[in-house]
Design a protein around this ligand. Structure first.
Ligand code: CP3
Length: 344
């Protein structure tokens, strides 16, 4: 088993910088597009054999150091009966948005073995098949609530924030419900064989530090404290959230996954000592190859002296990216980070 990713996540010495990519399984791959012609998004996740194949395809093709379970952040809510469609180019759309705390309570508790057996079977298969660790994942309460309340993606999250400010008790109940669901869902993935888990709070950067502390942080402390009881490495991701790094640094989480707007050196300069993951701008995958490599080289130079760095993008791979580009980037990261270590 290639444990370089797990070692880096635990700040142990590694022979090269491990790399994986958010959305490494997806529409940029011709094989994925061919499967999607025959199966809907949620169809794939309901078929463990197919879902495991889609999850492991980028590991074989790119040589990345970790796999990430193929599913969506809405998977556990859909499994509890929430009506949600994945619309191409848009994301999850909820025709009947949540308007009160009781709307969500109606969905009841997630019992993973009963509600998402296909996810657990996929994880079990992957544990046996993969030669790299599997990262399980879930959406974080704020990001899930934003889809539930807005009914889909949003630019400004006004409805979500209005709910949060006007009905703080209902909001707390929603955060609580979603945090409990997330803990059950992630613990079940870990029991089934996920060696690490990433919590996606993609849109929480829309909040100020003060609001994050008041309305979000208790749920995040609850989630990561509960996961401390497991052996799994924990990772927390958001885009556009560098202003929240001091709050994040207080969370009982192992790895912070940052986007391209802030450099890892600047994060270190602010006294954040946790392992970092990121943070190449995914738009650079559309740049000429020499520029892409130059930027990746600079990121590796910058992080070489930092124990505990995992190479990733600042957000997911776009459908327009050529698979050859990601393969060339992966090889470059492995080769160049090896030479950096040989120089020491
Ligand atoms: O490779 C991986 O990263 C694993 C699979 C994965 C998917 N979604 C597959 C997917 C993961 C980890 C996610 C998480 C997810 N889903 C997040 C958090 C990460 C992030 O991007 O911030 C969010 C916000 C969602 C919601 C969502 N689902 C969006 C924004 C989209 C994209 C819509 C589009 O068409 O561009 C989806 C759909 C989705 N999830 C796709 C994939 C491969 C594309 C679906 C398709 O085949 O049409």
């Amino acid at each position: 088993m290639n444990h370089v990713f797990l070692k880096a996540a635990r700040k142990e010495a590694v022979p090269y910088t491990p790399v994986w990519y958010m959305r490494q399984a997806g529409r940029y791959q011709p094989e994925y597009r061919a499967i999607r012609e025959k199966h809907s998004f949620f169809d794939i996740s309901h078929q463990p054999e197919l879902c495991a194949r889609v999850t492991s395809l980028p590991v074989k093709q790119l040589g990345v150091d970790a796999a990430i379970l193929f599913a969506d952040i809405m998977t556990p809510l859909k499994a509890r009966g929430l009506s949600v469609d994945i619309v191409e180019g848009v994301g999850p759309v909820i025709p009947d948005p949540v308007r009160s705390g009781s709307d969500l309570a109606k969905l009841g508790e997630l019992v993973p073995e009963r509600d998402v057996p296909y996810v657990l079977e996929t994880v079990e298969r992957l544990r046996k098949q993969l030669e790299v660790p599997l990262i399980g994942f879930a959406g974080a309460p704020f990001t899930l609530a934003s889809y539930l309340i807005e009914g889909g993606p949003s630019k400004d999250y006004h409805r979500t924030k209005a709910f949060m400010y006007r009905r703080p008790d209902d909001w707390a109940a929603i955060m609580n419900h979603l945090a409990e669901m997330t803990v059950r869902y992630l613990k079940a993935q870990i029991d089934a064989g996920a060696a690490a888990i990433q919590v996606f709070d993609s849109w929480v950067g829309a909040l100020s530090s003060e609001d994050y502390r008041t309305y979000i942080m208790p749920a995040m402390v609850g989630i990561f404290s509960a996961l401390k009881e497991t052996e799994a490495v924990t990772i927390y991701f958001a885009a556009g959230a560098a202003h929240l790094l001091h709050e994040w640094n207080e969370l009982p989480v192992d790895v912070l996954s940052i986007d391209w707007r802030t450099s890892p050196a600047a994060v270190r300069g602010r006294g954040i000592a946790k392992v970092l993951q990121g943070n190449l701008d995914p738009a650079l995958l559309l740049a000429p190859l020499p520029l892409l490599k130059e930027r990746a080289r600079r990121l590796l130079d910058e992080t070489n002296g930092i124990p505990g760095f995992i190479f990733n993008l600042g957000h997911g791979v776009f459908p327009e990216v050529r698979p050859e580009t990601l393969k060339a980037l992966t090889d470059f990261i492995h080769d160049y980070s090896k030479t950096l270590r040989e120089q020491v």
